[in-house]
Design a protein around this ligand. Structure first.
Ligand code: ZN
Ligand code: ZN
Length: 100
């Protein structure tokens, strides 16, 4: 399980609803954690998949880890993979690539 800044964030970021597979469809889902980018965002329930990125935890106030989005693309490029065209390796679909 991913490690977050505090218990409340761990609860919200790792929350699984038994009624909604898609957190964007769950009215109780507040936070979306994109493990592959290590990015945190607040879910905007407008019927789509909108998110407002956050840099600080709304509960404990700590600064959240820096986004790894640029590194994600750089690492794939280094492997000769174009994420828009090629299949992205499974370890790049979540946080595992960070430990490679
Ligand atoms: Zn926190
Ligand atoms: Zn739900």
């Amino acid at each position: 399980m991913a490690h977050h800044c505090c218990e409340t964030m761990t609860y919200h970021a790792g929350r699984q609803c038994d009624q909604h597979d898609d957190p964007f469809e769950c009215p109780d889902a507040l936070v979306h954690f994109a493990a592959k980018y290590q990015e945190y965002g607040l879910i905007i329930h407008d019927g789509g998949a909108s998110i407002i990125g956050i840099e600080f935890c709304p509960w404990c106030g700590r600064r959240l880890p820096e986004s790894q989005r640029d590194r994600w693309f750089a690492e794939l490029e280094r492997r000769g993979i174009d994420p828009w065209v090629d299949e992205v390796p499974a370890e790049f679909e979540d946080g595992r690539w960070l430990a490679l």
